[in-house]
Structure formats: C-alpha cells, structure tokens
Write a protein that binds this ligand. Sequence first.
Ligand SMILES: CC/C=C\C/C=C\C/C=C\CCCC(=O)SCCNC(=O)CCNC(=O)[C@H](O)C(C)(C)COP(=O)(O)OP(=O)(O)OC[C@H]1O[C@@H](n2cnc3c(N)ncnc32)[C@H](O)[C@@H]1OP(=O)(O)O
Ligand SMILES: Cc1cc2nc3c(=O)[nH]c(=O)nc-3n(C[C@H](O)[C@H](O)[C@H](O)COP(=O)(O)OP(=O)(O)OC[C@H]3O[C@@H](n4cnc5c(N)ncnc54)[C@H](O)[C@@H]3O)c2cc1C
Length: 664
Amino acid sequence: MAGVDYLADERNKAEFDVNEMKIVWAGSRHAFELSDRISRLVASDPAFRKDNRPMLSRKELFKNTLRKTAHAWKRINELRLTEEEANKLRFYVDEPAFADLHWGMFVPAIKGQGTDEQHQKWLPLAYKMQIIGCYAQTELGHGSNVQGLETTATFDPQTDEFIIHSPTLTSSKWWPGGLGKVSTHAVVYARLITDGKDHGVHGFIVQLRSLDDHSPLPGIIVGDIGMKFGNGAYNTMDNGVLRFDHVRIPRNQMLMRVSQVTREGKYKQSNVPRQLVYGTMVYVRQVIVSDASYALSRAVCIATRYSCVRRQFGSQNGGAETQVIDYKTQQNRLFPLLASAYAFRFVSEWLKWLYTDVMQRLQANDFSTLPEAHACTAGLKSLTTSATADGIEECRKLCGGHGYLCSSGLPELFAVYVPACTYEGDNTVLLLQVARFLMKTVSQLGSGKKPVGTISYMEQAEHLMKCRCEVQRAEDWLKPSVILEVFEARATRMSVACAQNLSKFANPEEGFSELLADLVEAAIAHCQLIVVSKFIEKLRQDIPGKGVKQVLGMLCNIYALHILHKNLGDFVSTGCITSKQASLANEQLRSLYSQVRPNAVALVDSFNYTDHFLGSVLGRYDGNVYPNLYEEAWKDPLNDSVVPDGYHEYIRPILKQQLRTARL
Ligand SMILES: CC/C=C\C/C=C\C/C=C\CCCC(=O)SCCNC(=O)CCNC(=O)[C@H](O)C(C)(C)COP(=O)(O)OP(=O)(O)OC[C@H]1O[C@@H](n2cnc3c(N)ncnc32)[C@H](O)[C@@H]1OP(=O)(O)O
Ligand SMILES: Cc1cc2nc3c(=O)[nH]c(=O)nc-3n(C[C@H](O)[C@H](O)[C@H](O)COP(=O)(O)OP(=O)(O)OC[C@H]3O[C@@H](n4cnc5c(N)ncnc54)[C@H](O)[C@@H]3O)c2cc1C
C-alpha cells in the first residue's frame, strides 16, 4: 500500500522536536538545508541508481562508477555548486571512486605541502579536473612504516631533475585509490637523495599517464591490484600498483613547503617540523572520524527502523507479537550504537575545529599544538572506525536473517567501510602513536610543562590517582562531573601504570615493545575520555528545541555508561569504581534504555537520510518492509527464468541417475 507510514506510531511517540534535532545532527541550519537539498537532488536522479551494484561484474561496476562520476561532475558544473555542495553531492552518490582521492588527498597534499608557486601552477588544473591525481605513498613492502619506503627521488644537478625509481619489487606503489586506471598524476612519496645523501621521505608531483590518450608515460608501469573484499563494495575503486624505471621530473615538482632542493642540489629545511610532510594524513584522519558517524548512523537507522517493524514471540490472545526493539537484549546492543553515532558526530565537529585551529596556528609559525592534533586525529580515527566497523556488523545481526541479504544494505556497507580500520593508518599503529604521546606527557608531569588541551586532565594526576567515585545510587551516574572524573581517573591510572612499567626497563624502546598491548589499552581509555568529554561539552551549549537537549543527555549517558560496562575490568582493577558502583551503573543503563525507547525512530529520522542513500529495504522510511523484500527477491537475475541455466547439463543428469539408482 503506497503512502502508508507503518512507523507512524513510533514517530508519534517521540518526546522531542525532530526538526530541531536534524539541525543539531547536521551542525547548523545552513548545513542541514544544504545537505537536505543535495541528498534529494541525488536521490531523484536515476543516473545515481545503486541497487544493482552487487550484481555487476568488476568491469561493469567500474565503468558504471566512471559514468556516475562523470555525471556528478557535469551536474556540479551545470548547477555551479560550491565546494561544500559538491562534496555533499559526492557523499550522497555513495560510491567510492577515484574522485575521492583526487579531492580528498591529491589536492590537499598540494595545498598543504606545496609552495605558493606550486599552488598557482597545479591547483587550477586540479580544480578543473584537467588533471586527476591520487596519493601514492604505500608500497608493497611498507605501508605503516612510512620511513621505510623504498622509492627513490635522486636529484640530477646536470639536468635539474629528479629521477624517480622503484629499486625493488617491494618498492612498487601498492594500494593508492584512483591510481589503477584513472589518475593522470600522483603525489608520490619517495626518499629524497641529493649528492648521495638520503634525506628521508618527501612528496613529488609525477605525471603518470598521457593527457592525450591516457597511456602510461615511458618508464611507468601501472595497473589495478585486483578484486577486494565483498561484491560491489570497494571494488568501484581502482586501487593501483605503480613502478618507476628512472622517470625524470623537473626539480620544481618536489613539494617544497617543508624543505627545498636548490638548483645546485643543496637540501634546505624550512623552519617547520618535518612531520608536516604527513599533514595530508592528519587532514584525512579528521575527515574519516566524521565519516564514521555517518556510516554508523546509517547502519543504526536501518537496524532501528527494522527492529520496530520486526515482531517475534509474545503474542497474547492472537494479538500482535512483540516488536523486537522491545527486548532489552536488542536495546542493549542497539542503543549504545545509536548513542555512539551521535557521540562520533559531536567529537568530529570538535576535531574539525581543532584541525582548523592548528592550521591557522601553522600559518603563524606556531607549531605547539601539532603533537596534540596528531594524537587526537590518530586516536579518534582508530577508535571511531573500529567501533563503526564492529557496529555495522552488529546492526546486520540485529536484523536477523534478512540483514544478510544485500537488499538490507548492510553487507555492502560493512564491506565498503571495514578497510577504514586499515587505511590512513592501521588502527593499532595509530593507537601506539597516542600511547607515545601519553607516555611523553606522563614523563613531563612535575617538570613545569603544563599538559594542555585534551590531555590537560593529567595536570590533576595526583588527585586522579587516588580519588574515589562518589556514586551511591543509580541516579548519581547521571552527573556529568561524576562520569568525567571516573573516565579521567581510569585514563590517568592506566597511563601512569604503563609509564611505571616502562621505567623498569633499561632500554625504553625495549620496554615499549614489551608493553605494546597495555599501551594500546591506555590509548583507548584516553580516546574514549575525549569522546565522552566532547559529548558533555556539547550538552553545555545552548541547544534549542523541545526535548532535544534532554534526549541527547540520555544518549550521552548511554554512551559513557555502556563504555564503562564494557570495560569494567579497567575501571574496577584501577580502583576507580567498586563492583557495587558498577552494578548501579548497569541499573541506570537499563533505565536509560527505557527512556530512549519511545524516541528511537525519531532519533534515526533526525539523520535525515533519504531511502536512496540508505539503500536498504529493511530501513525504508515508511517501514513497509515485507512486500518490498518479497518484490526485491524477484529482481535477482537467477529468477529471470523459472528453470535455471544449467538445468539440462547438471541437475537433470543427477535426477535421472537417482531415478536409475532408485529402480535398482
Ligand atoms: C574528503 C575525503 C577524504 C578522503 C577520502 C576518504 C577516504 C578514502 C579512502 C581511503 C584513503 C586511504 C589513503 C591512505 O591510506 S594514504 C596512506 C596512509 N598511510 C598511513 O597512514 C601510514 C601510517 N604511518 C604513519 O603515519 C607513520 O609512519 C607513523 C606511524 C606515524 C610513524 O611515523 P615516524 O616518522 O616513524 O614517526 P615516529 O618516529 O613514530 O614519530 C616521530 C615524531 O613525529 C610525530 N608524528 C608522527 N606522525 C605525525 C603527524 N602526522 N603529524 C604530526 N606529528 C607526527 C610523532 O608523534 C613523533 O613525535 P615525538 O614528539 O614523539 O618525536
Ligand atoms: C582500501 C584501501 C585503500 C587505500 N588507499 C591508499 C591510498 O590511496 N594511498 C596510499 O598510499 N595507501 C593506501 N592504502 C594503504 C594503507 O594506507 C595501508 O594499508 C595502511 O597504512 C596499513 O599499512 P600496511 O598495509 O603496511 O599494514 P601493516 O603495517 O603491514 O600491518 C599488518 C599488521 O601489523 C601490525 N603492525 C604493523 N606495525 C606495527 C607496530 N609498529 N606495532 C604493532 N603492530 C604493528 C598492524 O597492526 C597489522 O595488524 C589503502 C589501503 C586500503 C586497504
């Protein structure tokens, strides 16, 4: 029945103003209106259809992506979209493509590491897509260890050129998105060698393919690295392999903001930290945190709506069965994910602010906040992508058997999302960067150097090492000051314990290696504290709209108490809380689930996702799941004929043979 809203009752239960919540989720009224307009534009354009993706072969899939990307670019130009609008359009098209890397990494790498002159030359070409670029850093033999890259860029003073070379098989560039079949150019990371001296890894703009016929330039071998996890999914992207055989580029194609090579071949470093060479990664990690909130919210939206539609058991006198969302087990799995989606949204807003602030400081040669920005982007990228990948899979299970169908949208979402735990820095490797930052901070306590920003809580280390949680009743867990102190105490105690254990080793690096697992846990505790504290900070702001702040308060408490519940070992073993207080936290959590329950559908409606973007029969806005699921099944190519291809070759002979055997 078209037009019936099967979730209307759920929507009527909401205790807050959904329209105001949509604005909170989007970040501002402007952001909401823009996002709403662009999502509808994409959803109404048949060229952006995506429901056939799992059925396509790799070649068809890739060509389809090329077609969509070209169409998107056409629309962006026809409609004269701003950069913000164009980014949203690509987001709602929802198909990983070479353009993500062009806009997301190639352009930012040139902007961040290029000189003014290089900006003038390359950015206009890139902005008009007259060249298409990728970010070629990872190699077959090294990804995490950037300092271990092998590709060389050797300066030739005779010709004023660099010679880019892949000396070994393991030095082949391997993974860059957009490289395999599309990019005309790349920012290539290679060891800079002048006068026989190795100056470490630097970025170079290298042309890979002819701008006339797209063939690889002399000395370049380039191709796609092959099928990846899942059908459809990330296979729309041409992750590539690239080898150089003494390819020459002009000297002015080394990105020279951080360091320069003169005409004479002299290596000079600007008065900026060498880590700025890694600046594009910091930028993208911050974007990835924001994307985590979108990916998780999408899965949660599907699982929440479907959990209201789906009924199992509990029928009384022939009445309706129980909606599965009313089972406390379902709530205990789903509502923390709903809360996490909101928590990640708010922490990513803050991270974007932090990143912008660091960039402004860099312009003024103030590098003081760079280490914190690195630790926060690395740690939050790791925390949010791991939680999101696990959360999407949990949402699939929350949808029972139907969640396993591609038409649920969840298998593809998981397959597309899960590499986020690896790309832009393996999540464990990134947490170890946070751990280094924490150990450095602890070692400086009492030295007069004040910990600032997200680590400023360590200034109270003396208090946090011995404080006792004051919770006596379940409601005490609703006090933000109580939650903050407990999370700060846990993070401090775990870091200090690691530092104390490290100090027992004569060689600190050996100690670090031995304690890696504990260090990762301390880093997670610190990152979880950041997420909790930014949620609490958000709630201190003026948030208009009936009931909006109240329901966000519930989500904030669910996020914090669920983390506490899942990590009780940490909280109890460090003496931050007692086991009695742990059970009071659990009691409060159950009560919060009951409070959130009537608001669940409205909370996912607040994401304002179109059915096109969700791409899920189970998550449809109108909740009309069964007829559509039924109809969807018949669209499968296997159902094109009643008797399948292969019947005569393979099924019939078996059946006949069985008949003969039966007669014997
Ligand atoms: C708009 C849309 C955007 C994009 C589209 C989104 C998604 C597209 C999909 C996929 C894109 C994926 C792209 C990629 O994967 S690109 C490749 C990414 N590769 C990595 O992330 C590699 C990870 N490894 C590293 O980053 C580094 O090797 C390292 C682990 C950080 C170690 O570096 P190293 O030089 O050896 O440093 P250390 O000796 O450990 O530290 C020295 C010193 O430097 C500090 N440091 C390290 N990194 C940074 C940084 N980025 N910024 C600032 N400072 C940094 C470190 O803390 C240490 O400081 P000390 O004070 O302790 O000396
Ligand atoms: C879909 C996708 C897209 C990508 N796009 C790009 C791109 O556009 N451009 C680009 O340059 N690269 C890209 N990459 C590469 C990506 O950045 C790397 O794969 C990533 O940085 C991880 O590095 P690795 O593969 O070397 O992992 P490895 O470092 O080999 O990790 C293997 C295991 O070793 C562990 N490990 C490694 N080092 C340590 C350590 N020091 N301590 C403890 N444990 C450790 C890791 O935790 C992991 O479990 C992409 C990758 C994927 C999957």
